[in-house]
Design a protein around this ligand. Structure first.
Ligand code: NDP
Length: 263
């Protein structure tokens, strides 16, 4: 019987996930089909899951925290992060995973000798990745436009700055744009004076926005720094989710080989 998978979110029309997963299902001859479902009320997620008889799902904005609550069992990453982006139905029990954080970890693996990371931005993506990065030994500092969003990071023991309080005498190995600046505009994530201080000392600059040469990446290239956009992060979270969907029947490389054709 064909297994049904979906992505729950609001909005979901822009999501690349159906294409990514269907390419891999087809390529690997797996009897699965991946759709999209616009879910307005996140508290209905668990009921919808059973009502639609779904084998597995991804969850995107704004329901990752509701998805966390909807699960019966949670993996290490999901517990650390407090958010779930992948759910599997095993005999009527919902198992929740977070594949965003390991996806990001894999995406930065190629940059060697990295210890200190500066996050520009302190939203949901920064939240889910910072805790996990710290747990595996990186030192994460956050710089954000508003002080409000930094509060929970400060409480959690992270070093945080706003544009006004930033100390520019510290060197960082990686600078990561975790904001949505540059997504639909031509803005830099922080004042240019700060970038002029931190980028020259960095080993590489990364943007989580994908498929676009953002102002941040363009700026980093002026310093001849290695750069990378968010495509690998998106791809790897998808590959890891697909491994769960198919019960680790296929190797990471085989899944990646088909899934990357979506990019
Ligand atoms: P949130 O809405 O949770 O947070 C947005 C962050 O961006 C805040 O820190 C906000 O600062 C900052 N910000 C927004 N506009 C500006 C600006 N003009 N100048 C400076 N700071 C700004 O967003 P998410 O964490 O959910 O998403 C962040 C980015 O990550 C998005 O671009 C999204 O597309 C991308 N993303 C990529 C993924 C991938 O797989 N590659 C996965 C998930 C997200 P303030 O507090 O001051 O408002």
């Amino acid at each position: 019987m064909k297994k049904l998978f979906t992505i729950f979110g609001n909005p979901v029309s822009h999501s690349k996930s159906p294409l990514m997963h269907n390419l891999s299902f087809n390529g690997l001859n797996y009897n699965g089909c991946y759709t999209r479902y616009k879910l307005e009320d996140g508290s209905k997620l668990r009921n919808k899951f059973f009502e639609l008889n779904i084998a597995g799902a991804n969850i995107t904005v704004p329901h990752k925290e509701e998805a966390f609550k909807a699960c019966d069992e949670l993996d290490w990453f999901a517990q650390k992060v407090g958010a779930v982006n992948t759910i599997i139905n095993r005999n009527g029990k919902l198992y929740g995973y977070n594949t965003d954080a390991p996806g990001f970890l894999k995406a930065i693996e190629e940059f060697k000798d990295v210890k200190k990371i500066l996050f520009l931005g302190a939203g949901g993506t920064a939240q889910s990745t910072s805790v996990v990065l710290r747990d595996v030994g990186y030192e994460v500092t956050l710089l954000n436009r508003s002080a409000k969003r930094l509060e929970r990071f400060k409480e959690d023991g992270f070093k945080t700055y706003t544009f006004d309080t930033f100390e520019d005498n510290i060197e960082y190995d990686l600078i990561v744009n975790m904001t949505s600046a540059g997504l639909e505009d031509e803005e830099l994530p922080c004042p240019i004076e700060i970038l002029e201080k931190v980028i020259p000392n960095a080993k590489a600059c990364i943007d989580v926005i994908y498929g676009k040469d953002t102002p941040f990446l363009k700026f980093a290239k002026r310093y001849n720094k290695p750069t990378k956009d968010g495509s690998d992060m998106l791809l790897y979270q998808g590959v890891i989710a697909f491994e769960y969907f198919t019960n680790h029947e296929f190797s990471f490389e085989k899944i990646e080989n088909y899934m990357k054709r979506a990019f």
